[in-house]
Design a protein around this ligand. Structure first.
Ligand code: LRH
Ligand code: MN
Ligand code: MN
Length: 429
């Protein structure tokens, strides 16, 4: 395996911080020991945590107004994999990449899988794209895709999803994520009930093509690109569709796809209660599907989501296997830096959720002691868990200070010499 960043550089940096890390880790260990928590056990759990990165997040994002490329950004899936390898090499928490088709189309997927493996990476959920027309495509998605009024368009969307499953099999994936932008911009434009009927009928054909060990993750989104109504607009539509499709259909929660102020952590608990929690697209949001960096706007909400996940893991009803993925658009930062920082924010919330004294929380809930129930969460949230993350990272060969090593490596500058410049123009969603 040839990884993109020099192991010597990482070792040199880590050596310079080793004494400080040991001191901070020991101090936190003593603090946790006072409340009966073994820091080594927490570190082991953190070491087992991972979150996938989106292939499309490796390039600079943009809005429909503009995209501002940076020198050295990736122009194809091979270069994206290389950048994702940097993120995983330094963070040791992002060993899988989630590809999007046809954006990541190649001629030989077996070779792509090997290429990823040689960089220490595997593949996560495959994402289909029926929200955009491609050059030479027979039928336009302007009338919708799985719910289109045009039968041939629905068929094309079904076939594309089935092709994604086939690609995913070759890549070693076991999840198909389906997000459709289908919806309307005007009252009366389509019949709400009939468009859902069409979606369900087409989605059932995709579902029927799933291998036994696969899941179909239905991703809902309230609006955009449709601005009046969307076919799978909320978790209610999503869970109803998943229930109708069958046990392999689950719901995927993208943190930016909800109505403003919705209690997302409660949605997580509800979906788990009915065995339908399939996965996450982590990002943060101020106004809508902003795709901002995870934990940059509302880190407390991210913690509360992980608290529900920790609760669900402890009480796994119909099983607990959510797939975790970042889905962000990096419009003004180096995407590698954003994903390094986001992966750390996500892992921090995971660690904090694992530090919640669940017995104390449950006892306070039973006793209707509101303040102490809240304090059980607050105590975990206010802990600085960064020494635990850093220790797990360094022990796995990653960097103590991921951003400092990345900058010192001058990786992006080197890529700017090697890679062709990407064009200007509007970005993707
Ligand atoms: C839709 C979405 C979905 C797409 C991705 C590019 O807004 O969140 O997950 O596949 O963005
Ligand atoms: Mn998403
Ligand atoms: Mn989105």
């Amino acid at each position: 395996m040839i990884l993109p960043i020099s192991a010597d550089l990482i070792a040199e940096h880590n050596h310079a911080h080793a004494a400080a890390l040991d001191e901070d880790y020991a101090a936190l260990g003593r603090k946790l020991a006072r409340v009966g928590i073994d820091i080594e056990a927490v570190k082991d759990r953190v070491a087992g945590f991972s979150v996938a990165v989106p292939s499309w997040g490796a390039g600079r994002g943009g809005t429909r107004f503009a995209k501002f490329p940076i020198p050295g950004e990736p122009t194809n899936i091979h270069e994206k994999l290389e950048d994702c390898a940097v993120i995983n090499q330094l963070s040791r928490v992002t060993p899988r990449v989630s590809p999007h088709f046809p954006w990541d189309k190649v001629s030989d997927y077996g070779a792509l899988r090997e290429e990823a493996a040689s960089l220490g990476l595997g593949f996560d959920a495959v994402n289909s794209n029926t929200f955009q027309d491609q050059p030479g495509q027979a039928h336009s998605y302007s009338t919708g895709s799985l719910s289109s009024t045009v039968a041939a368009t629905r068929q094309q969307a079904v076939e594309h999803n089935i092709e994604c499953i086939e690609i995913g099999r070759q890549l070693g994936s076991t999840d198909l994520t389906v997000w459709v932008g289908d919806g309307t911009n005007f009252p009366g434009q389509q019949d709400f009930a009939r468009s859902l009927d069409r979606y369900l009928e087409a989605a059932a054909q995709v579902y029927a093509a799933l291998p036994d060990d696969w899941r179909m993750l239905l991703e809902h989104k309230m609006f955009e690109p449709a601005f009046y109504s969307t076919v799978i607009s909320d978790w209610g539509s999503s869970i109803l569709a998943a229930q109708e499709l069958g046990p392999k259909a689950k719901c995927l929660v993208d943190l930016g796809h909800h109505a403003p102020n919705v209690n997302i952590e409660q949605i997580v608990a509800r979906l788990h209660r009915f065995g339908k929690l399939g996965g996450f697209h982590f990002n943060d949001s101020k106004y809508g599907d902003d795709d901002l960096d995870s934990g940059s706007i509302n880190p407390h909400q991210l913690f509360l989501v992980f608290n529900e996940l920790a609760e669900a893991e402890a009480n796994p009803r119909d099983g607990f296997r959510p797939s975790y993925m970042i889905d962000q658009s990096h419009n003004v930062t180096d995407p590698i830096e954003s994903m390094l920082s986001s992966a750390e924010a996500i892992a921090q919330c995971y660690a904090k959720a694992n530090l919640v004294d669940r017995a104390a929380l449950h006892a306070a809930q039973e006793a209707n002691d509101t303040m102490m129930a809240f304090q059980a969460l607050r105590r975990a949230y206010t802990l600085d868990v960064s020494p635990i993350l850093a220790k797990a990272r360094v022990e796995a060969g990653g960097a103590y200070d991921v951003l400092a090593v990345y900058r010192d490596s001058r990786y992006r500058d080197r890529k700017a010499q090697e890679r062709r410049a990407v064009g200007l123009g509007a970005g993707i969603v």
